[in-house]
Each structure stands twice: as C-alpha cells, then as structure tokens.
Design a protein around this ligand. Structure first.
Ligand SMILES: CC(C)(COP(=O)(O)OP(=O)(O)OC[C@H]1O[C@@H](n2cnc3c(N)ncnc32)[C@H](O)[C@@H]1OP(=O)(O)O)[C@@H](O)C(=O)NCCC(=O)NCCS
Length: 158
C-alpha cells in the first residue's frame, strides 16, 4: 500500500468505524451524507458491486481522519465518496487514501475511475485534478438541495 503521510495510517474500514465515519461526513457540508445502511452495504461483499473502503487513522490518537469508498466493476470503477476532517486537510491524507484505493482498483482490473462532484465544490475539483482526474462531461441539475450540475471526472489509474 502507498505510504501515508507521517502520523497517519491507511487501513480497510470495518463495521466498528461507521459511527466515526458518519461523524466525519456530518461535519463536512460538501461530503456525501450516506445513511448507515449504505456504509454497511459497502462492507458487505454480497451487496452489489465490489467495494474498496479505506480509512485514514491518526496513529497517535487512533481517531479517524478520513475515509474513501470506491466501487469496482472492471474495467470501470467509481470513487463514490472521500472526505478528510477539517483538522487533517492539506496534509496529504486525501491523496494517500486515493493512492491506496487506486492500487486495489487497478489490481482488480479497473483501467479507469469516474466520479461526480458538485460544480460549486471547487476545492474538491482542485484536489481531484491534482490526482490526475480530468473533466469528461456534466449532468445538468443532477444534485438537489440546492439544485446543481454534476461535473463528471475521469482518471486512468494504470
Ligand atoms: C477534498 C478533500 C478530500 C481533500 O483532502 P485533503 O487530505 O485535504 O487533500 P490532500 O492534502 O491530499 O491534497 C492533495 C492536493 O490536492 C489539492 N488540494 C487539496 N485541497 C485543496 C484545496 N482546498 N484547494 C486547492 N487545492 C487543494 C492540492 O494540490 C493538494 O496538494 P498540496 O497540499 O501539496 O498543494 C478534503 O478537502 C475534503 O474532505 N473536503 C470536504 C469533502 C468533499 O468535498 N469531498 C468530495 C466530495 S465529491
């Protein structure tokens, strides 16, 4: 697995992490706010497409600093959710979560990864572009509350 920034470790998410992961998302208005059942489903191999789900852990406090969820449907994959706590942002945690996911997605047969992001979420778009994602389309009025276009981004992890 790719090295994490100093002070953080990347590992697979478990059921015991879901409360902390939902707390992280709840504090970040731009993060997708999944229900508990959606996180539980992402950890259940028999529930839909194969998911790759990682968390970033502060190695001193054992508290979670972020998480990321991807689905794998070779040759495609989708980065479904990624979030890092405000306190841990801009330290390379998000990049490390993505790199760890990308290794597993490529090993599982994915040659490209897609994602959707709100057109107004320019911070996330800057993050994704720094990882090598580029715009391939838009879905008009894809999001509600507030209504907004989705920007579709694609990256070829291998
Ligand atoms: C998007 C997000 C996951 C990035 O996580 P992060 O750990 O802060 O990102 P990293 O530190 O790994 O950043 C890697 C690079 O991405 C770019 N980047 C990250 N955040 C950025 C920002 N706010 N503005 C501009 N560029 C940014 C930079 O190029 C950065 O490299 P640098 O710090 O050396 O300049 C985090 O900001 C977040 O959780 N946002 C709220 C939730 C969200 O919007 N999720 C995506 C929904 S689709």
């Amino acid at each position: 697995m790719s090295p994490a920034p100093t002070g953080y470790a990347i590992r697979a998410m478990t059921l015991a992490d879901i409360d902390a992961v939902m707390d992280i998302a709840a504090c970040l208005p731009e993060a997708p706010h999944w229900r508990r059942a959606a996180f539980e489903g992402s950890l259940n191999a028999e529930d839909g497409p194969r998911r790759v789900v990682f968390v970033a852990e502060d190695t001193q406090t054992s508290q979670l600093a972020g998480f990321a969820v991807a689905s794998l449907t070779p040759p495609d994959s989708e980065l479904e959710s990624i979030a890092v706590t405000s306190a841990a942002q801009r330290r390379g945690v998000g990049r490390s979560l993505w790199q760890s996911l990308a290794e597993v997605l490529a090993a599982g047969g994915a040659s490209r990864t897609f994602l959707e992001v709100r057109a107004s979420n320019l911070r996330a778009q800057a993050f994704y572009r720094s990882l090598g994602f580029g715009e391939v389309g838009r879905r008009p009025t894809y999001y509600a509350d507030p209504a907004e276009d989705a920007v579709i981004l694609r990256c070829n992890p291998r």
